[in-house]
Ligand binder design. Structure first.
Ligand SMILES: *[C@@H]1O[C@H](CO)[C@@H](O)[C@H](O)[C@H]1NC(C)=O
Ligand SMILES: *[C@@H]1O[C@H](CO)[C@@H](O)[C@H](O)[C@H]1NC(C)=O
Ligand SMILES: *[C@@H]1O[C@H](CO)[C@@H](O)[C@H](O)[C@H]1NC(C)=O
Ligand SMILES: *[C@@H]1O[C@H](CO)[C@@H](O)[C@H](O)[C@H]1NC(C)=O
Ligand SMILES: *[C@@H]1O[C@H](CO)[C@@H](O)[C@H](O)[C@H]1NC(C)=O
Ligand SMILES: *[C@@H]1O[C@H](CO)[C@@H](O)[C@H](O)[C@H]1NC(C)=O
Length: 360
């Protein structure tokens, strides 16, 4: 395996998830028109992980998810999502026929104890291990699960509640960003992947052992297709070298999930394969040029003016260091690493079969 990584400069991963941000998004209660209740039982959704799932847990002054132009499509202003609008969590909740669960941070701020649709513990920028960026980012997935465990310990959620609960676990790459920022060696990368998967499996098992019936986990997206990487080819192609890191991660994840499912009798653990959902969305575009919305699926809507600038940044004079496309719906990616609402919509459609397995 080591040979495979020899030429992989993990440096490019550095740009992943320079994510931060927070403030609780006040999700408006009625934005879904297609509620679909699966199995007839109302589910609660507990969410763990990073910016692909965070709906507003990061700190407001820090995170770009709280800065213009984030949130311009939904809810119309920056509200803590790393997108122009809705993210994976919103679509998974919608699929389950429930509202987007409340953010943990908002509950803390308002001294609420109970989220009727579950709770979102996900923090942009985090991973299974400590990550390098921003103050909130030491809220590792382990810490997020600790918060959940405390609520269960306090009797906030009963066994009956948990019996109709499912979990979404998002891990999109911040651990790799950190590995790269700490000058981790290319040779050591496959071992690092193994340690990530090992910790991730421990986390998933822990969530299930607390009583949550089903646990869906993301397989990582194709790293080489993220605009932060494809910018090197002017967004013309995915970097296959970096995609191999994703493929290896997802292979180990699949083995770990098979093992976990072997230990329970049902298919308790479900993979949401972001890799193939992203790629199939790109491919559909290629097969039917003009019939889909994306002009070029690899080119983000919000893009820094120079390669050092990020979406949402301003200079000392308050002048934007980024440009925004005219129609965010025409872009799969919103910024250098995050899908747009339209992108998440397409990805969620591609994940329908897996999401079906979440039904209780
Ligand atoms: C792909 O990424 C690798 C490592 O990050 C880099 O060395 C290579 O030049 C990239 N290839 C292209 C076509 O951008
Ligand atoms: C994260 O680190 C900051 C600063 O080091 C600290 O104030 C905060 O309590 C830590 N948060 C958690 C959840 O450990
Ligand atoms: C990583 O390498 C860069 C350049 O070689 C150096 O500037 C930086 O201090 C190193 N970082 C760590 C955490 O060792
Ligand atoms: C990877 O892990 C194996 C087994 O733990 C160890 O023998 C090997 O030296 C490690 N490789 C690197 C590059 O760290
Ligand atoms: C799961 O169990 C089956 C049969 O009991 C076995 O063949 C298979 O190898 C196991 N898979 C893993 C990943 O342990
Ligand atoms: C699996 O099923 C067997 C027999 O039906 C039962 O004895 C066992 O407790 C079950 N194990 C789990 C983890 O549910």
């Amino acid at each position: 395996m080591e040979n495979q990584w020899r030429h992989v400069s993990v440096f490019h991963l550095l740009f992943f998830f320079i994510l931060t941000g927070i403030q609780v998004v006040q999700s408006s209660p009625h934005y879904y028109h297609h509620h679909r209740r699966l199995g007839g039982r109302l589910s609660k959704l507990f969410v763990f992980g990073d910016s692909y799932a965070d709906t507003g847990n990061n700190q407001k002054p820090v995170a770009r998810s709280w800065k213009v132009p984030y949130g311009i499509t939904f809810p119309g202003k920056p509200a803590g999502r790393f997108s122009d609008g809705r993210v994976l969590t919103d679509y998974v909740a919608s699929f389950l026929g429930i509202k987007t669960p409340v953010e943990w941070r908002k509950m803390e701020a308002n001294r609420l104890r109970y989220g009727p649709y579950g709770i979102n513990f996900a923090f942009g920028g985090t991973g299974v291990f400590d990550t390098v960026v921003a103050p909130d980012r030491n809220i590792t997935m382990t810490k997020q699960i600790d918060f959940f465990q405390q609520l269960i310990h306090d009797g906030v959620y009963s066994k009956l509640d948990l019996d109709s609960s499912v979990a979404l676990v998002s891990l999109a790459g911040n651990d790799y960003t950190t590995y790269s920022a700490r000058n981790g060696s290319t040779e050591g990368l496959s071992n690092f992947t193994a340690s990530i998967i090992n910790q991730l499996a421990i986390n998933m098992k822990r969530i299930h052992d607390m009583g949550v019936k089903k646990v869906a986990v993301t397989a990582v997206e194709p790293f080489g297709c993220l605009p932060a990487n494809s910018v090197l080819s002017s967004y013309q192609q995915c970097n296959e070298t970096n995609n191999k890191i994703s493929i290896f991660h997802n292979l180990l994840l699949q083995q770990a999930v098979e093992k976990l499912n072997n230990e329970t009798n049902e298919s308790t653990f479900i993979i949401l394969d972001l890799y193939n959902a992203f790629i199939s969305t790109f491919e559909r575009q290629k097969d039917h040029p003009g019939s889909l919305k994306y002009v070029n699926p690899l080119k983000p809507c919000c893009v820094g003016i120079t390669t050092k600038d990020l979406c949402g940044e301003k200079d000392e004079n308050g002048v934007a260091k980024y440009t925004v496309c005219q129609d965010p719906e025409s872009a799969f990616f919103w910024d250098d690493v995050h899908p747009s609402q339209e992108g998440w919509h397409a990805v969620s459609s591609a994940l329908q079969n897996s999401l079906q397995q979440l039904s209780l």
